[in-house]
Design a binder for this molecule. Structure first.
Ligand code: G3I
Length: 445
């Protein structure tokens, strides 16, 4: 790939609304399918961390303590990345192998190396159904709740002041269409276990950003994505201390990068949280893999509050799923095509939306005709012609029809965007026994 070196980074600040809309439209239009995303003017970040820093973002990797004696591994890690996650060393089993007896030696090894090399640290993970120490696996109820809170206090307290962001709770929702919480021993301590974990983390390390982290939450239309979104929305409404949402982003052919990825990231960001890609890896090789990496990078850069991307390992052979060759360096430490695509995307002027979209908008909601099983609602947007309206339907309601806008989703939160028919659009909802009027919010894009 040819890269032209031009103007200094800061010259790129101050992009127009139109450019943001164009970037978003390009994603929707199928950038992942191979449409070139190259922008006209490229800058000079020659490593992932330098290129990401140009738009105020970080580029990180997971590090395994057991590989820190491998000089090739450490050389690449030091050169390319400025955010470090311990792949396993800060998890519950590693940090509290016996109840009340903490062991931070491997976690410290990683955190200290990162800090000594001017990198920041993402903490992973304080509370999770998996990789619990054996003494915890057999616990239930209030004893487990107490043990979880003690664990969070002990680990987040130990690392106080050293962690940029903690994955406070990891993978708490079911896969599939239920949208339910995962049935785990932690969940069985009571539905408030997640917020209890966040409050404990806040009091242990008040300056760390606190994230909820999960996988299969990339496609906006998936039930799991909606369920996590609803939880975060509820947390923000009730003042539960949450600052960010992590999208693990483990992709393969059965779970490819969705074309609406930037919509997902933007909708979460609109709740008032940062979003981060936390464990990126994409099975595959060559151009197809590289284009998907580029698509993820582009999606993050299209969202102002997407603060950074972390890949889950350095070389393919370091990956938890090495046979998928899912990373940016091959087993010999060579840069793969995917590396070039990511670097170029980070350096692409059009890719980095560091300015929020200009303008604001409002939307009014009016319920109109109704029949036995369904009713119409009309939405009128004012303030901008480039908008996204999130519609909250009532419990049991589902979309039957829409007009004068593109509407995605069927129940829960629907997303409406202009389709060239002006600023008034409508939907027909099946009542499902619930005739309440939906609510809506507008974002200028
Ligand atoms: O350290 C032991 C070693 O002593 C032993 O010889 C060897 C063989 O059994 O196992 C080693 O431990 C393994 C550990 O990785 C370190 O390599 C564990 O068995 C293995 O289960 C563990 O896998 C980790 C996995 O989480 C566990 O759930 C992966 O490295 C790690 O990449 C992966 O990371 C998770 C994130 O935390 C959350 N999101 C999904 C992601 C991928 O599964």
């Amino acid at each position: 790939m040819t890269r032209v070196r031009v103007r200094p980074v800061r010259a790129r600040l101050g992009r127009s609304t139109a450019r943001f809309a164009a970037a978003a439209a390009m994603l929707v239009a199928g950038c992942f399918a191979g449409v070139s995303a190259a922008g006209p003017a490229l800058a000079d970040g020659s490593t992932l961390q330098a290129a990401a820093a140009e738009s105020g973002r970080y580029f990180g990797t997971a590090i395994a303590a057991g590989r820190m004696s491998d000089s090739q591994y450490m050389t690449i890690a030091n050169r390319e990345f400025n955010m470090i996650t311990a792949e396993n060393e800060m998890k519950m089993d590693a940090t509290e192998p016996s109840r009340g007896q903490f062991n931070f030696s491997a976690g410290d090894q990683i955190a200290n190396w990162a800090i000594q090399n001017n990198k920041r640290v993402r903490g992973h993970a304080l509370a999770w159904h998996s990789q619990q120490p054996s003494w915890m696996q057999s616990m239930e109820g209030s004893a487990l709740r107490t043990a979880m809170l003690n664990h969070i206090a002990g680990v987040a307290g130990h690392y106080k002041g050293k962690i940029y962001a903690w994955d406070v709770v990891n993978e708490a929702f079911e896969d599939g269409s239920s949208g339910a919480r995962r049935n785990s021993n932690l969940q069985r301590t009571g539905n408030d276990w997640i917020e209890a974990a966040f409050r404990a983390a806040r009091s242990a390390d008040p300056n760390a950003k606190l994230c909820y982290n999960d996988y299969n939450t990339d496609n906006w239309n998936h039930a799991k994505t909606q369920a996590v979104y609803n939880m975060v929305r509820d947390f923000k409404a009730r003042g539960v201390p949450i600052d960010c949402v992590g999208f693990q982003a483990h992709f393969n052919s059965g779970n490819p990068v969705p074309s609406n990825y930037h919509v997902t990231l933007q909708n979460f960001a609109d709740l008032g949280v940062d979003v981060q890609i936390t464990e990126l890896d994409i099975a595959g090789s060559g151009t197809s893999q590289a284009e998907q990496f580029r698509g993820v990078t582009q999606a993050c850069m299209a969202v102002t509050r997407c603060t950074g991307i972390t890949v889950w390992g350095v070389r393919d052979t370091d990956s938890w799923r090495a046979s998928d060759t899912p990373l940016l360096f091959d087993g010999s430490g060579n840069k793969k095509l995917a590396y070039s695509y990511v670097l170029d995307q980070l350096n692409t002027a059009d890719g980095g939306s560091t300015t929020p979209p200009a303008g604001s908008c409002t939307v009014t909601v009016a319920k109109t005709e109704s029949w036995g099983d369904r009713f119409n609602t009309v939405f009128t947007v004012s303030g901008t012609n480039n908008w996204r309206v999130l519609i909250r339907t009532g419990s049991g309601q589902s979309l039957q029809n829409s007009w004068n806008a593109t509407v995605s989703g069927t129940s829960g939160t629907l997303t409406a965007t202009p389709n060239g028919n002006g600023n008034q659009f409508g939907i027909t909802l099946y009542t499902g026994g619930n005739t309440s009027t939906p609510t809506a919010s507008c974002t200028a894009v």
